[in-house]
Design a protein around this ligand. Structure first.
Ligand SMILES: [Zn+2]
Length: 327
């Protein structure tokens, strides 16, 4: 691999691997995929190789999973974790039932004997085809992705996912760069969600029929250190948080805490009222001039904007669920 330009510097292969956190095998596979014009990376077969499976019962079970995955499986739009997602209703239990049905209608010479038990079926699946999993319930997905997934237009879906992969790689590269360089700051910001207060783990009957105070939680995550600052605003002040003014105040509060940052990367979603507007642009422009900071404001493609702050809010929600919170 030749030297590559990266954020104003030229990196050799070793430095590139250190900055991006990629191993030589991953780089070799990515280059091979590019040469073969594969848009979606070839699934890794490291945990198990279906070609080396010799036992006919195992082989038959894997063939059934493979046949279902070919018909119902779709590329993972999140681009993390498993490569092929089965529909939500194709749970392990449902897949095992499908397997038993096919097993019953097939001759014993093909199936290799008795059907696998549920436990064995799941073990064989996990061991040899970990890149196929059942999808989970999700929200806030891209309309175009859902359209293409429903119409099973795999080619268009892969082409649609290509720019989102590049955007995500850009985001990850900045997060890793910030983790390694003290003078670089990478942030991602969004409204994380709404909670109701008071929140009690042991709820008395009287409280069950009352509606608590809704509080909006805005999260600004530091991608380099994986820390998040949550700003909590009660519904009584909701009018205040609708505009860009509020986001600028939050950004200013966070950025003032990092006076040494020379380069700032900010990931925001495409909400015009809060992030994608003149007010935020003018504030950041003024800041870059007055504080001599290089500022990159990045908007990912709508529907593909899940970032660290969403993951951190998941941790927050988990902690919130098991605690008594009054105010
Ligand atoms: Zn999409």
């Amino acid at each position: 691999m030749p030297c590559v330009p990266w954020s104003g510097a030229t990196l050799c292969k070793t430095s590139f691997m250190k900055v991006t956190g990629m191993g030589s095998r991953m780089i070799a596979n990515a280059l091979q995929d590019l040469r073969n014009e594969h848009v979606v990376p070839t699934p890794t077969k490291r945990p198990g190789n279906t070609k080396n499976v010799k036992h006919p019962r195992t082989k038959f079970a894997l063939a059934v999973i493979d046949a279902i995955a070919r018909v119902d499986g779709l590329p993972n739009p999140g681009q993390r974790g498993p490569m092929l997602l089965l529909p939500v209703d194709k749970t392990k239990k449902a897949m095992h039932e499908d397997y038993l049905r096919v097993h019953k209608d097939t001759s014993p010479s093909t199936t290799g004997g008795d059907a696998l038990s549920y436990g064995d079926f799941v073990y064989v699946w996990r061991r040899h085809m970990p890149w196929v999993v059942s999808d989970k319930l999700r929200t806030d997905l891209c309309n175009r992705c859902m359209e293409l997934r429903r119409s099973k237009n795999h080619v268009q879906l892969k082409l649609h996912l290509l720019p989102t992969r590049l955007e995500r790689a850009f985001y990850h590269a900045h997060a890793r760069f910030a983790a390694l360089h003290a003078n670089t700051l990478a942030l991602s910001m969004d409204k994380a969600g709404t909670c109701r207060l008071p929140h009690l783990t042991q709820e008395p009957k009287d409280i069950y029929y009352t509606t608590g105070l809704a509080v909006d939680v805005f999260g600004i995550a530091n991608l380099g250190t994986a820390h998040q600052v949550n700003y909590v605003v009660p519904e009584t002040q909701r009018a205040m948080v609708q505009g860009a003014d509020f986001m600028v105040s939050l950004l200013h509060h966070v950025l003032e805490g990092y006076p040494e940052a020379e380069r700032v990367y900010i990931l925001a979603d495409n909400t015009a009222a809060q992030n994608k507007n003149n007010c935020v642009m003018q504030y950041l422009s003024a800041r870059s001039v007055l504080r001599h900071q290089e500022i990159i404001l990045h908007f990912m493609i709508p529907g593909h904007t899940k970032a660290a702050n969403d993951a951190h809010f998941g941790v927050f929600k988990h902690a919130f669920k098991n605690k008594d919170v009054y105010r």
